[in-house]
Design a protein around this ligand. Sequence first.
Ligand SMILES: Cc1ncc(COP(=O)(O)O)c(C=O)c1O
Length: 264
Amino acid sequence: MMLKYFDLQRYTAQHREQLQAAVSRVVDSGWYLLGNEVKAFENAYAQYIGTAHCVACGNGLDALSLIFKAYMERGLLHPGDEVLVPANTYIASIISITSSGLMPVLVEPHLDTFQIDAQQMVKHVGPRTKALLIVHLYGKCAFTNELLSLCSEHELLVIEDNAQAHGCLWNDKRTGSVGHAAAHSFYPGKNLGALGDAGGVTTNDEVLVGIIRAIANYGSNKKYVFQYVGQNSRMDEVQAAVLSEKLKWLDQDNQRRTLLPNIM
Ligand SMILES: Cc1ncc(COP(=O)(O)O)c(C=O)c1O
C-alpha cells in the first residue's frame, strides 16, 4: 500500500459537514461574487495574519502580480527594475515578476535552510535593485535579522510570497505581516486551501489596497471609470465561505503537520 504524504481527500472528508454547510449557505444566498462571504474572509484572514487589510483574489500568482503591478502604478517600481528572488522558488514567483515587466535576479539558498541566503543576496544588489520577493519555502520563515537590515539599508521593498507558509511565525508576528505586502495562495493542497483556486494579498498599506482592488476589478474603482490597466481576479463566494471555515482549524492542522518527520 502506498501512503500519501498528504491525503487531501481524507483531510477534506474530516470536515465534510462544515464545508457542505458553508457551500449550501452560498448556494442558497443567490449571491456568488463580491459579497459578504468574501468580506468576512478578508476580515478574518487579515486579523489572523496581523495586518490592517486583506484583498481576496483569484489565485496566488495573481496575488503576487497584483502587488507588483500596483507598486508600478504607484510609481515605486518601474519597468526593468530588478527584484531579488530565491532561485529555488516555485515558478509562479518568477512569472509574477517577469509578467509585470520587472527583472528577476535569482539568489541561491543557504545550504542549511534552503531559504534565501543574505550573503548571496547582497552580492546581487545594484543600482536597479528595488525589491526583494522573499519566499517562505517549505512552511518555514525565510526572514533573518541580517536579511531585513540589508533590505532597509538598500531601501528595498519587501514583498512576501507566503503561499507555502500560512500560520508561520517570525518572532511574535506571522509571515505575511512583516514585509510591505504579502501574497498568499489558497490552492487546495496548501496549509490553508480552498476547494479550487483562490488567493489573497495582506498589507497595512491602504493606498496599495485601493490600487490592487481596482486592478483586480478591470482597473476600476468606480463604475465605468477605468483608471488602471486591469484584469479580472476575484475570489468566489463559495471559496471564501470554505476558507473561513478552514481558517478555524489552520493552527491545529499546522500542528499536526509539524508532527510529521522534519527533514529541514
Ligand atoms: C511559492 C509559491 N508561490 C506562488 C504559488 C502560486 O499559487 P497559485 O497556484 O495559487 O497561483 C505557489 C503555489 O502553487 C507557490 O508554492
